[in-house]
Design a binder for this molecule. Sequence first.
Ligand code: ADP
Ligand code: ZN
Length: 727
Amino acid sequence: MSTIQQAQQILKHKFGYDSFRLEQQNAIQHILQRKDCLVLMPTGGGKSICYQIPALLFEGLTIVVSPLISLMKDQVDALRANGIEAAYLNSSLSSTDQSQIMRLAQSGKLKLLYVAPERLLQQGDGFLNFLRDAKVALFAIDEAHCISSWGHDFRPEYMHLARLKHLFPGVPVVALTATADKLVRKDILEKLELHQPETFISSFNRANIRYYVEAKKNFYEKLLEYLAKKKDESGIIYCLSRAGTEALAADLRSDGFNAMAYHAGLDKGLREKTQEKFIRDEVKIIVATIAFGMGIDKPNVRFVVHADLPKNIEGYYQETGRAGRDGLQSEAVLYFSSGDVVKMKKFVMIDNNPEQTRILIRKLDQMAKFAQLTTCRRKYLLNYFDEQSPDQCGSCDVCLSKYDLIDATIIAQKALSAVYRLNQGFGLNYTIDFLRGSKSEKIREEHKLIKTYGVGADISKEEWQVYFRDLVARGYLQQTEGEYPTLKLTDKSDDVLKGRVKVELVKTKTLEESNATKASEAELVYEKELYADLKELRRTIADSSNVPAYIILGDSSLIEIAAYLPQSLADMRKISGFGDVKLQRFGKEFLDVVLDYTRKKNLATRINLKQAKREKKAKAPIKADTGRFNNTYQVTLDMHRQGTSINEIAEQRKMSPQTIANHLAQFVESGDLRVEDFVSRSKIENLKNLIDKYGYMSLKTIKDNAGDDITYNDIRFVVSSILADSN
Ligand code: ADP
Ligand code: ZN
């Protein structure tokens, strides 16, 4: 079996997934050759698999460096739920527990060990000696951007990781991150001193997140209306201020929503409890400052709302990226008012640092521009991160909206002449107030005498804002950058003022029922009632094993079950997310719920729909490689069919008996031969039990625990038959 086929088998058997995503396969293939690399993948893309699968294929221990204690536990729980031996070491454990884990690692029983960076290279080198004894196969550096002072999350303790390559020159290092621009990328490669590294970059497009921007007017009513549609779904609402989060959470609670506040000013114990409740779905909505989110990996966050304007696109993308890690349809909603831009400027200014302030204001302006786009928002985001994108994504509010254009020549003339009369020296709000004839003292007395004053009183402030935005977007006006942007005429303005061109502007925007929703829901029609029952069962199992529900199975797996209605354990193994161990542990329980439901409702299974999809995807490439059509395998098969024993074939073909057994095992795996032709029933029984217990990654472990009469060939054949059953 080629290594990548082995990787594919692990993906299916250990993790329950049918195919690799994004750059997973390329990265894994590279790591398996014991070469260094950097993996860039968006949040939820599946970075962990990139080192977890090599960890299982390598002999020895994989060390995963991770900065966040809460994530370590989560990752380890998830691995254990799949029957993978993993543990973590950090300050939350007692020293007895820590020594026990170190002993376990030394004994070779662990495949993955998660540690904090400061732990890895701590003073005294005690831990380094331990690592030498533990035979490290691979180092995985998670959140690798933390090593770069160019990044937004620099952690000095990461700097020490540079020593790894000196201390363990032969051990491959894989660095992983979800955020790194070119500078940070270069910095990671250099600081970690990676050896001839390859960089694997996946698209940063989060196709399952839909982006919306709403006017902030009547914010609270709009939010209530929005949340009412999101009943029972998990979400995060980001606010600028700590006080703001508490006030909004309290309001939402009094309106019957299950919401809690979270910010850095709250007591640590309370923060941890809130986070834990959110992870366990006991709290549905977290109203938080940006302090919230770094340490959580919750896959089923269905919406992220920004109640205030984020300071820059980087922050916005990272925060909205916490939605939809599980790949299911999710939403990001930003409530925007142009007043927020003015307000936020105060927050991004740094005293006595005009240079830095200029950069930060520019970033804020780019954020504000995003909120005011009349073109695809996803394209803007991807271009911001140097990625190409089609003009229309079909799943942001701009792409989903219909715009009514009107002849707005007169409106445009009024707007432009106001700018002209005000000597191109005033901002948007002032100009609109001037046009509307505001009596406010803010309007200078001499301006109240100008003819244009008040000529736009028939149009509301909000409508004027839309028109001005559109005039800027179409190049009839421009807006300067900086703390106090002003409106200026352009070389296109004159034609409008002189009546030489007709101007069309957007009058109203109507959001169409999202095609994206329709498409994705049409793809999987599932039984809602059954889905609820399955969730209930998952809750019970999760509670009794004291882990978050998503560690047991993700929402997308439950939706598949509720859609395809499996009727047997064999059907169940086709459900994405059901690896061998999970199938064995709770396959039956979930199956019983389905059987109950389908009997009651008199429904037949739809599992063949799932199968058809899988076969198209997974089968073809494997076949080409198994050697099925390879001559030398075929010769062995033919001789076997004529009754020649393995040893006789080996002798005649001048090959080792082991090679011949390997040939035949391939045919067992492809289903052409039966394991019973090679191994006695009692041995098969015995071996299946051992494989259940120890997995099949190390044939040696099985051999060591089996009786003397069992040979490596016996083990190989039985493993092949197990793989065949799952194909
Ligand atoms: P990241 O660390 O990149 O944010 P994770 O490694 O936590 O992402 O993976 C996100 C989710 O996607 C997890 O639930 C993981 O099990 C799942 N996943 C990873 N790879 C695959 C795959 N090839 N097919 C289906 N699901 C996958
Ligand atoms: Zn779009």
